[in-house]
Design a protein around this ligand. Structure first.
Ligand SMILES: Nc1ncnc2c1ncn2[C@@H]1O[C@H](COP(=O)(O)OP(=O)(O)OP(=O)(O)O)[C@@H](O)[C@H]1O
Ligand SMILES: N[C@@H](CCO)C(=O)O
Length: 322
């Protein structure tokens, strides 16, 4: 369960008291997620019950980046995107401090995330990602990713002599911790604001319609086609046996291109960008594997899932993006 910061009832009430949202009725720790601590907050306001998400940002989220993330949420919500708006404190702030850590209250969005999407849902996610890229064309703040590919390679090198503790196949798939990818890196491709982590657990649906894109805490300024590659790598494989699902990949690509066309250069770069996307998730999962706190009650995510997807993209070239 991703609640690293354990707050007392009094602390939770004090937190909610800083917003004009009514009295705290309940606060439930949310089991999903691995990066930050989240609670589902219910309040009573003028007789009506209201729901919010309270997040306390943990180590992987830099306090200095919070204004970028929170302004981005409001920008996208203002543009009509299905993204939670931030709730401002009674004196107008977007962010407060709880136990010395930054924290925020955001809108609760309806919907459920889907473990094993169908083609119609994958198409809808492709459309939603393209809309996100288009809706941020006039978003001026910028943020450099803290998980660039050179950084991920360096993270992996720190643990390379312990790869066997995870799986002997890991060193075989990544003999150079992925450094070879940099030799094939594509020339400048269109950039913009990217989500960079649009996994199935970060998209909410009601009746096949995307009602929420959440967890923007890796969003950054980056290559738009890299975001497509992240989403492709996260959605196009069966959660049970990891098998590639071509119909899902096809629906995702077609949904995206309904609203934003990929150039020839972007399409040609996808095989490398998808390997890079996988490497980024292998890197954080390897780091978490060795560093997850014993009291966090967090289920470690398997680095091999994305190592195998990386090997798949290396072998299959442009075919998975047809
Ligand atoms: N605005 C929202 N509306 C409804 N539910 C939400 C919202 N934000 C978060 N949640 C719920 O909380 C869970 C965890 O949130 P989130 O994905 O932001 O956590 P995280 O720790 O940052 O995740 P990750 O492991 O992807 O880094 C989500 O899976 C979802 O169930
Ligand atoms: N979506 C990521 C977690 C955030 O880095 C993963 O599944 O590894």
């Amino acid at each position: 369960m991703a609640v690293y910061t354990h707050l007392t009832a009094a602390e939770l009430a004090e937190f909610v008291g800083q917003y004009d949202v009514g009295a705290l009725r309940s606060a439930k720790g949310i089991a999903e997620g691995i990066s930050n601590s989240n609670w589902l907050i219910e309040t009573a306001h003028s007789g009506a019950s209201r729901r919010f998400i309270m997040t306390v940002f943990e180590a992987r989220t830099e306090a200095a980046d919070l204004p970028f993330f929170l302004h981005l949420l409001d920008h996208l919500a203002d543009a009509g995107q299905p993204v939670p708006r931030t709730i401002h404190t009674s004196d107008g702030g977007q962010m407060i401090t709880v136990r010395g850590k930054p924290a925020a209250l955001i809108e609760f969005l309806p919907g459920v995330s889907i473990d094993e999407p169908d083609a119609q849902q994958a198409h809808a996610v492709g459309v939603a990602l393209a809309d996100l890229h288009l809706a941020t064309r006039d978003f001026s703040p910028t943020r450099t990713s803290t998980l660039s590919i050179p950084t991920c390679i360096a993270m992996l090198r720190t643990y390379a002599d312990r790869f066997d503790e995870i799986d002997p196949e890991l060193a075989q798939i990544l003999p150079d911790c992925g450094a070879g990818l940099l030799d094939e890196w594509p020339d400048a491709l269109p950039e913009g604001t990217i989500h960079a982590d649009l996994f199935p657990d970060n998209v909410l649906f009601v009746d096949g319609v995307v009602t929420g894109m959440i967890d923007f805490y890796f969003a950054c300024t980056g290559t738009l086609a890299f975001d497509v590659a992240v989403t492709h790598a996260a959605w196009s494989f069966a959660p049970t046996d990891g098998a590639f699902r071509p119909e899902i990949a096809k629906a995702l690509m077609s949904g995206y291109q309904t609203h934003r066309s990929l150039s020839d250069a972007e399409r040609a770069a996808l095989p490398i960008l998808a390997q890079a996307a996988c490497l980024r998730f292998v890197a954080t999962r390897v780091e978490d594997w060795f560093a997850t706190p014993a009291d966090g009650l967090v289920r470690r995510k398997d680095p091999m899932e994305f190592a195998r997807r990386l090997a798949f993209y290396r072998e299959r070239g442009e075919a998975p993006f047809a």
